[in-house]
Design a protein around this ligand. Structure first.
Ligand code: FE2
Length: 177
């Protein structure tokens, strides 16, 4: 259970955790996490290249354009070899205090190659997501975390995410749904 729904999309801005938690895929950032300019301030995006290795041999390269839309929806536009392209959607649905349901939907080209690629993505995504869950379960919220330079996207993300809270938002001391 993660502390708040924000923890899940914060993953994208947490650049440093990718190398530690998500091998054998290597994430190369083309554009790191950035809020969109007005009037689309409810959006943010990043572009990256993900290369998956098998015994140190790069086997699959994916170019990803990640779009965060509001607090609970992420669209990942993916392009890979041989014309493979698709969209992965991630929805975070609050279930009860400290518990969210995350729905991943994966869409790729028709035909056998698209189907196989979609399977590869679903399996990879499940393995990687499980690793994140293990961290989220142990995570503690610090209102003033000490962030190093490499964590600058996390500070940007938290500032951007604040727009989705109001004075009446439920807090950890007021979780009576
Ligand atoms: Fe992660």
């Amino acid at each position: 259970m993660c502390l708040v729904g924000k923890d899940i999309p914060e993953n994208g801005a947490d650049v440093a955790h990718l190398k530690e938690l998500h091998p054998p895929a290597i994430h190369e950032f083309i554009n790191t996490w950035n809020p969109s300019p007005p009037p689309e301030i409810h959006k943010a995006s990043m572009q990256m290249q993900v290369v998956t290795y098998f015994f140190k041999i790069p086997i699959i390269t994916m170019n990803m354009n990640v779009e965060q839309i509001g607090p609970a929806l992420v669209h990942l536009y993916v392009k890979s070899f041989a014309g493979i392209e698709g969209v992965i959607t991630q929805h975070v649905v609050p279930v009860k205090p400290f518990e969210q349901k995350v729905i991943h939907r994966v869409y790729f080209n028709r035909g056998i190659l698209g189907k196989l690629f979609a399977k590869f993505v679903v399996i990879g995504e499940s393995i990687m997501f499980e690793r994140d869950i293990r961290i989220w379960r142990e995570k503690k919220y610090l209102s003033n975390p000490r962030l190093v330079k490499e964590d600058s996207a996390i500070a940007k993300f938290r500032k951007w995410f604040k727009q989705f809270y109001s004075d009446n938002s439920v807090t950890t001391t007021n979780i009576d749904w």
